[in-house]
Design a protein around this ligand. Structure first.
Ligand SMILES: Cc1cc2nc3c(=O)[nH]c(=O)nc-3n(C[C@H](O)[C@H](O)[C@H](O)COP(=O)(O)OP(=O)(O)OC[C@H]3O[C@@H](n4cnc5c(N)ncnc54)[C@H](O)[C@@H]3O)c2cc1C
Length: 334
């Protein structure tokens, strides 16, 4: 176990915001985590930090950042058509995807190259190209922070929603230690989303490997690499509006993109709303809106969290003024 005091988080958030935490503690095993909690932590509050790829730090953190280094992956059950695999919270998400694809186990290939850790995947219910964590997670193991006791959540217990789960709403803080996934040995490919089919034309066969390569190639062409340009992926969630409001908007903007959520509700891409409000490619000092994907806010140098918040508030105000639609951050402010 490693305990660091007054530790810089610059390398631990993909926005690259230069803040520090009072304590940064890495643990290698579930037992180390239990021992740490049993001994009492040196400060409060406490936050489970993954790779910091969905966070915006607005100031130094006065408490303890816990960072899982539980990195083992193992198949725990094998059946004719599926396999259950358990992965440690500290495993890099894309390493887990690469492992599954290599083994020929389907289910997560469409989630290739999403930054972050396995531990955050059920918390965030990560999703891309028609697949979400909720489709493959069968059990989440963790430790209840208050009682230092082991807990397990079934898929239903996780109450998955759009980039949302029970873990974000429980009164009791849960530290995820392992995530158990159900993967298919006879995968059905999901190719209907985005330009996957188009991209796959470059390959002779369609299999898990080529789907993974196609997704990586699409993502690399559209999204800025956080190592080169600080960002946290989609900054805002796509808003859901009533069908009535959508129909009114459609008379004014006949080409408005949309997805039907239910008989009464329609989802509108926040990227379109932001672009129509004139923000695509715009800069404000050290921060800006990405020129290819307006849903992504970027750190153009030494941005502070407050500068990003200010820009995001300006964008939210203009979208609301133009469309009477409120958009909300997907990114967690700390
Ligand atoms: C370029 C880019 C592209 C992205 N594309 C996508 C995308 O396509 N789809 C998508 O869904 N997301 C996307 N994201 C967002 C991000 O990758 C996900 O939200 C990811 O799951 C965050 O993982 P993390 O380990 O960095 O978590 P962090 O950002 O560190 O934390 C996120 C949340 O998870 C919690 N958490 C982390 N680890 C644990 C743990 N062990 N126990 C309990 N809670 C924990 C944190 O407390 C926090 O609430 C993108 C981000 C970037 C930078």
């Amino acid at each position: 176990m490693q305990i660091n005091e007054n530790f810089s988080l610059k390398q631990y958030n993909t926005f690259g915001i230069d803040v520090s935490t009072r304590y940064f503690i890495e643990y290698q095993t579930e037992k180390e985590l239990h021992d740490l909690l049993a001994g009492g932590l040196p400060a409060q509050p406490v936050f489970s930090l993954g790779a910091g790829s969905n966070l915006l730090f607005t100031h130094d953190y006065e408490g303890v950042m816990l960072h899982s280094q539980i990195k083992d992956i193992e198949p725990v059950e094998e059946h004719n058509d599926c396999v259950l695999v358990r992965a440690g919270a500290g495993v890099v998400w894309d390493d887990f995807v690469a492992y599954c694809v290599e083994k020929g186990w389907g289910g997560v290939e469409n989630l290739s190259l999403i930054p972050g850790t396995v531990g955050a995947s059920p918390v965030q219910n990560i999703g891309a190209y028609g697949v979400e964590a909720k489709d493959v997670v069968c059990k989440v193991d963790g430790v209840s922070f208050g009682s230092n006791s082991p807990v397990s959540f079934t898929n239903a217990d996780c109450k998955f929603g759009y980039r949302d789960s029970a873990f974000k709403h429980l009164d009791e803080k849960i530290i995820v230690t392992y995530v158990n996934f159900r993967l298919s040995k006879k995968p059905e490919f999901k190719l209907e989303y985005g330009t996957i089919k188009e991209e796959l034309k470059k390959y002779e066969t369609i299999n898990l490997q080529t789907i993974r390569r196609a997704i990586i190639s699409i993502r690399e062409s559209k999204l800025p690499d956080p190592v080169v340009m600080g960002n946290a992926g989609s900054f805002f969630k796509n808003p859901v509006v009533s069908k009535m409001q959508f129909e009114q908007l459609a008379t004014q903007y006949p080409t408005i993109p949309h997805y039907t959520v239910s008989e009464q509700e329609v989802k509108i891409p926040a990227a379109w709303l932001i672009e129509q409000s004139g923000w695509k490619g715009k800069s404000c000092g050290n921060v800006g809106v990405h020129d290819k994907q307006p849903l992504v806010l970027i750190n153009k140098g030494n941005a502070t969290g407050d500068e990003v918040v200010k820009l995001s508030n300006q964008i939210r105000s203009s979208v609301e003024a133009k469309f009477n639609i409120k958009i909300y951050p997907e990114v967690i402010f700390l």
